[in-house]
Structures are given as C-alpha cells and as structure tokens.
Design a protein around this ligand. Sequence first.
Ligand code: CTP
Length: 399
Amino acid sequence: MLQGKNVLLAVSAGIAAYKSVFLCRLLIKKGANVKVLMTPHSANFITPLTFSTLSKNPVYLDYFDEKDGSWNNHVELAKWADFFLLAPATANTLSKMANGLCDNVLLATYLSMSNPVFIAPAMDLDMYQHPAIKDNLKKLESFGHSIIPAEKGELASGLEGEGRMAEPEHIITYLEGKLNSRSPLKGKRILITAGPTYEAIDPVRFLGNRSSGKMGYALASEAMKLGADVHLISGPSKLDQLKGLASFSAVESAEEMFKSVKDLQEEAEIIIMSAAVSDYSPITQANQKIKKSSEKLGIELKKNPDILQWLGENKKEGQKLIGFALETHEEEKHAKDKLKRKKLDMIVLNSLNDQGAGFDSAKNQVTLFFKKQEAKSFPLKDKSLVARDILNEIQQFYD
Ligand code: CTP
C-alpha cells in the first residue's frame, strides 16, 4: 500500500524524533517517496541533514530556504502528498493543529492538506492524560484524522506508562491497514487504455498522433496507489513500464487495441478510455516499402472501430465507463453529446485551446462532465494530479 505513495513526514520537537529517522527509512524501504517537514525546535533533537540524506529530498524547516531565500510553497507540498504523518506529535504541535494555529511551515502545510492526516502522539504520562490534550485529540479525530495510539512503556522522564510514540514498525502496520481499507477502489478491476495507436501504411510508415500516454499511465499509477487491480492496454509509448500492474498489453493499431479491450471488458468494473485511438486506418497495407514514383500519392482510409462506442453499447451491470474528449471548438456541446451517445458515466474534456496542456505535455487542464451531476473544471496541473482528480470523482460513484 505504501509503494509509490508521496508521504509528508512531519516531525515536531520531542525526544521520539530520533525514532522518526527509522520511520523515514521504513517508509522509503516500502517504496514511499518521503519529504520531511520539521518544526524549528525539533532540530534540537535531530538534524535536518539526517532526514535529507535518508529521504534524498530537501527538508522543510522554514517558509524560506536559508541558502537561496526561495519560498517553500506549503500549498504545493500539501497537494503533492498522498498523506501527512505527524510523528512525533508533541502536545504543542497537535494542540496548534486542533486549533488552526499556523506559526511554522509544518502547520501551514497541515492546514493546506486535503488528503489523509495521521498523528502519532508522543509525550509524558501526565501530559498524555491531560484533559486539554485528550480534547484536542478528539477534535483532530472529528476532522477525520487518524490518531495512532501512543504505547505503554518506559518514558524519557523515567516514568512508566502510556505516552511513548508507537514504534516505527507499528506505525507502518497501522498505516498499511488504514490505507488498505480506505479506498472504494481497493481490489476493483480497472481497465485503462493509454497512448496513441499506429496504423501501418507500409512496413516502415504509419498514421499516428502525438499522444505520449502520460495521462493514461498517470491514471494507472494513481489507481494502483488506491489499491485497484489495474489492467493497462497501451499503444506505442516511450514511457517506462509501470510496476505492479495486474496485466499489461502492448498494442499498436486500433484493431489490436479493440481486441485487447474486448478480452478484458467483461470482468472490468471500471473502464477508462484515455487512449488517443486513430479514427481511420489505411484500407490496404503495402507489404514492401512504398517507393517514391508519381508526383502525388493517395492513401485511402477506412473508419476504425469506435471502441468507446462499443463499450457503451455492451456495458455490463454496474460497470463505470469513462471516456476522454479532445475538442477544438464547441467543446462543451461535443463533450456532452459524446457522454450521452456513448453511454458514459463521465467524460474528461481536454481542450487543445489551453496553453501548456494536452498531448505530449506533462500537464493537463480538464473539465469533467457527468451523467448525473454538474460539470467540474480544474486548473492546469501535472497529469498525476489530474489523474487523482479524475479518480477522486470515480471513487464518489461508490459513496
Ligand atoms: N475512441 C475510441 N475509439 C476510436 C476513437 C476514439 O474508443 N476509434 C475514444 C477515445 O479513447 C476517447 C474518446 O473515444 O475516450 C473520444 O475520442 P475523440 O477522438 O475525442 O472523439 P471521437 O469519439 O473519435 O469523435 P470525433 O472524432 O467526432 O470528435
């Protein structure tokens, strides 16, 4: 469950901060990407260098980077994170969080989080039992955050009792359990198509398009993080093969993609057609390279199967179908028409009119149209974040 997850490990000023070094290592061993936030006083217990060396990322201690004076964007950090883990959570920091105080970059980032927050308290016996702390922990729980219970044992003060931060291994087990049970996509079979299709003209030439496959691969990768069984069918793409897929089919033409989709359609609970399927292909393919001779050369094309249309017509009970639309004019009208005509639950409209978005770009700007609800527009953002927005909406089909 932690493989590929983006984790913000937030460290406040308690002696248990030394255990967070092990926690950081364990998260990384599990395949998570870790960025560490520290309160200024926590650096009295453990150095930022320890965390930056382990995490291979800069450590965020202040709003400004001391070296070059650049601003540490807490909103971007919060958006990047799949979850926020405060360990150790001191009485001071957790109480500030419960009451919306914001006097350091760790707290500002926390207040910008929309993804899950986990809190591992660490304090002395009487502090942990104090009604103010108990109230604040309850308040944090009422925000939907998870409290990882402190453990019993010898405390730094020499006292024995409850208040020790949970052992790093126990925190990992706790996180895996929680993340596993959280997503409605857990265990769901999702079929995703990605990339372009190439339609052969002769053995060396083809008709194709500029799709890179980035959007479909981002959807597959984010869906896996949510525990889904992802089957990816990809047209020709230069992207690295994804690890952890339930199956991967490399196809070239629209016909091949159609065949692979048909093989997996019946069992799929969710199908996302993000591939840029060629609408036409040459009627005949030359067996040998076409030599240049005449001044003009015509290639006669035939219509390819509309895979999404077929999926709509053959939709299984309860199956969710998501299509993409790439339009250059009357975008909303065309997208809504496709949504209806192809019996989709959602259509993702990307507009070629948006600067910096679309084919072969790392970013995308989308509007989502639904069968049953109002459309939602999102700003230009990285395709992995767009993928999360799309999957968030799909998760809500199951609420
Ligand atoms: N699609 C498909 N099979 C095709 C062409 C497209 O399954 N032969 C799917 C794409 O994967 C995408 C959606 O249809 O999810 C929309 O593709 P787009 O090219 O925008 O629209 P078309 O439906 O082909 O319609 P038009 O060309 O008229 O805009």
